[in-house]
Design a protein around this ligand. Sequence first.
Ligand SMILES: Nc1nc2c(ncn2[C@@H]2O[C@H](COP(=O)(O)OP(=O)(O)OP(=O)(O)O)[C@@H](O)[C@H]2O)c(=O)[nH]1
Length: 317
Amino acid sequence: MNSGIPSLNIPAAPEGSGISEITPAEGLRAVLDNLDALVYVSDFETHELLYMNAYGRRIWGSIDGKKCWEVLQNNASPCDFCTNHLLIDSEGNPSPPHIWEFQNRLDNRWYQCRDQAIPWIDGRLVRLEIATDITDRKEMELALKEAHAKARAAALEDDLTGLHNRRAFFELGNQLLKQTRRNGSPLAIIMFDLDHFKKINDNHGHDAGDEVLRHVGRVLMSNVREADIAARIGGEEFAILLGDAHAAQASELAERLLGVMHETPVRYHDVRIRPTASFGISSLHPDEPNLENLMARADSAMYESKALGRGRVRVKP
Ligand SMILES: Nc1nc2c(ncn2[C@@H]2O[C@H](COP(=O)(O)OP(=O)(O)OP(=O)(O)O)[C@@H](O)[C@H]2O)c(=O)[nH]1
């Protein structure tokens, strides 16, 4: 079989080394066929495969008379990700090697490919690719990325309610604030604090209090829009940022939440607890310096609700 390796001008092995009968081409073939990497050469214009080492033939089969995209990808036409155009400069001369990572469609494994245009023995330009299997590293990278994403999500979630936690509220809230300023759209905030929550803990136990907090979390999740930012920002204190909404819409939502809390008591063993909350609403001013300033207005409205007898909504536009 024609290996495709040209008879290169490699000096013969020194006399007495015992390998003088091995031709340079055979030696070179032995080296290439024992590499733990794919090496192939294809015609730059026709894509015909001129050489592929044993590693490649073992995985992708025979190359005889076939094009690189037929053998390596089982394609019916040249690959849309072919890198040949990156391997030559504007005058058609070889550029420095192009190194990239790629997942092969036939064996689904990841390869780091080193592609280079080189002159072949007959003077024409050919594509030389050396591809090393990096699947294990890729899988490790992927697992690490997933673990980071999970850890980050856990760091931003309130364990008890599944809502955003205080840190996430500020991170996401500041992003929403920037976006709101860019778009010139309205932004409203609801802050609320459960009423006499200490009494719930004292009368029914801390676990009952936790169940009430979980219940409030569920009420929020099923009543706010996906784009709203609902968070538990303290022990029994919650906040909701509503993008593209005015104080009147926030106030409507707060009244609805108060109604749902009242109508759906929390069942804890054989007791039913009807939590109430005091709500404060505000909306973004054009010259609002930051999120904290907006929150301070809603917070003061919330304390007015407490002072006026709790279980109500106050607005400080
Ligand atoms: N069960 C439970 N209780 C909590 C949690 N975080 C804070 N608390 C309790 O919430 C209670 C809050 O009490 P206060 O600040 O006096 O407020 P309140 O009793 O709700 O009274 P007002 O806000 O004035 O209506 C305290 O007893 C805290 O221990 C929690 O995660 N779980």
